[in-house]
Ligand binder design. Sequence first.
Ligand code: ACM
Length: 263
Amino acid sequence: MKSKHLYKVGFAQTKPILGKIEINSNSIIDIIKSHNYDLLVFPELATCGYDFKTKNEIKKSSISIDSIFFKTVKKICIKKKSGIVIGFAEKSNSTIYNSSILINENGKMYLYRKSHLFYNEKKIFEKGNTGFIIGKVNKLKIGQMICFDWFFPEAARTIALNGAHIIAHPANLVMPYCQNSMKTRTLENCIYAITSNRIGSEGDYTFTGKSQITDNRGNIMKSGYRKKECVMFVDIDIKNAENKFLNTKNNIMNDRRNDLYEL
Ligand code: ACM
């Protein structure tokens, strides 16, 4: 049998309500049940909202990876034979991380904790310690990074060097630069990316929508609305992300000059 190389992947651009974890979780479950796909990516902190002021506040809206919510999502993933990435506030003993989780078609979970915390996040979350792990849905290899991680090219580069075909990128973007920059992140790594952003406002933050699927040559395949919730999909071919030749003479990974870089 020929191995599968085309995958239907997408984003769910949502508007989480701050602190209303049950409402947000139920709406995530409704969305994942009502579409067919191989991989669907939700925004950063999709279960709880963003603008928490203190550690005590975020604690009440944080959940562990053993929570009933993730058990339910896992069952749906197994039943539908598809994968999900969701951003959430993770409670691990008494520590809170800004995390995302990939749950695959067999119910296997791959946890990522945000490496580069943005602005006030430094007050309420612990810095991530998982590194840029790679998970799999069928043959599709997926690396995760969360929102502001995009600003550090080392994150996307590490994910590409670790063999991913696609970056699942849950986000709560508040600056105008990311969508454009993802064209370069994907081109320079010959990798696909799904930036799943949220919409709406909380306190001083306005989230910029325009979730984006970018291909391995820096082209925008799909762009979400600026102010409306939406779920959008494209088909991707993993063979495109496996071939790192830009032309017959330049392989972008083999041509790297590690002997000259001070990284
Ligand atoms: C961000 O990292 N949520 C801007």
